[in-house]
Ligand binder design. Structure first.
Ligand code: DON
Length: 304
């Protein structure tokens, strides 16, 4: 298959959608990103890379960081993490509060904000500085020294993070956070504020397509079974209350962020990252989902 030709066709077909949707503005520092950006990068497990558009422009990875935090927590701690966070889709927006009270402070899954706060808390039990740890890991796994936390975005998240603070305080009251709430929140905001490009994200995500072993560094971070588990969670929970529609249209495990990035994996073949900042009403990149849908439809490759 000529992947470059395919990406060129996808790019051409999604052009009318680029710039559509709404750039996230609930965090003021994110609102300034031009809506017309678009990048799509594939990283094949044999090392070949193909890209179109703004593949090397760094953007705020936001909730895509939740996948990598989960890789580090599950890889290091194993099964025990599921005592404090579930594995079911929530069917609610990513920052919803309502389910958490009914379910006694145990979040539905690690990809909604409450679940990611619990994973962050696990990481705080493992590392003195989980943000530095995650950034260093991402630099190695993406073979790029420029991966970094955007301090302005992190501060803006903090200043507008009342809803996340509510989730964290509630879980603390249920005994489901060990570290001080402020530490958990700051670390979570730092993770969301990491900046990376499509190329860097596709590389860092390649281990998920490769049974948990990074084709970049050769290191194994997950067992084969854990890599399957994370891909399953991406499929069922990675795009929040749009996960059913994403599976229907795209047919791949994917994880989105409100910065407009989506990381997707095709087990045993490749990882892909698309970025376009205009979001649909459920917080997923509008042109990004369109592009992934065309990619799987035109190539005939999906997990189904
Ligand atoms: O917790 C928040 O509000 C954000 N910093 C991360 C949200 C996010 O990306 C959810 N995604 N789609």
């Amino acid at each position: 298959m000529d992947y470059q030709d395919l990406l060129d066709v996808v790019h051409q077909e999604v052009r009318p959608h680029i710039g559509k949707g709404r750039v996230a503005d609930y965090i003021p520092a994110l609102a300034r990103v031009p809506a017309e950006r678009f990048g799509l990068c594939l990283h094949l497990l044999d090392g070949r890379e193909y890209g179109v558009g703004d593949v090397d422009e760094a953007f705020s990875i936001q909730s895509v960081s939740k996948v990598f935090a989960l890789v580090l927590a599950l890889g290091a701690l194993g099964e025990q993490i599921w005592q404090r966070v579930g594995r079911e889709p929530s069917g609610n927006p990513f920052n919803s509060l309502v389910q958490l009270e009914y379910e006694h402070g145990i979040p539905r899954n690690p990809f909604i904000n409450a679940g990611a706060l619990v994973i962050t808390d696990w990481l705080l039990g493992l590392h003195a500085d989980p943000s530095a740890e995650l950034v260093a890991w991402l630099r190695r796994e993406s073979a790029s020294a420029r991966v970094a936390i955007d301090a302005e975005v992190a501060a803006s998240e903090r200043a507008h993070g009342d809803r996340n603070a509510a989730l964290a305080h509630f879980m603390k009251s249920c005994g489901n956070l060990q570290a001080p709430v402020e530490r958990v929140l700051q670390t979570y905001f730092d993770h969301c504020a990491i900046r990376m490009s499509c190329r860097e994200l596709a590389r860092a995500g390649a281990l998920l397509a490769n049974h948990g072993r990074s084709p970049i560094t050769g290191e194994s971070w997950l067992t084969r079974s854990q890599a399957k588990q994370i891909a399953a969670l991406m499929l069922t929970c990675g795009t929040y209350d749009a996960a059913g529609d994403f599976a229907f249209r795209v047919g791949l495990p994917g994880k989105s962020g409100v910065g407009g990035g989506i990381l997707a994996v095709i087990p045993q073949r490749m990882s892909l990252c698309v970025w376009s900042p205009g979001l649909d009403p459920r917080g997923n990149s509008l042109a990004g989902v369109e592009a992934l849908e065309r990619f799987t439809t035109l190539s005939g490759i999906s997990i189904f």
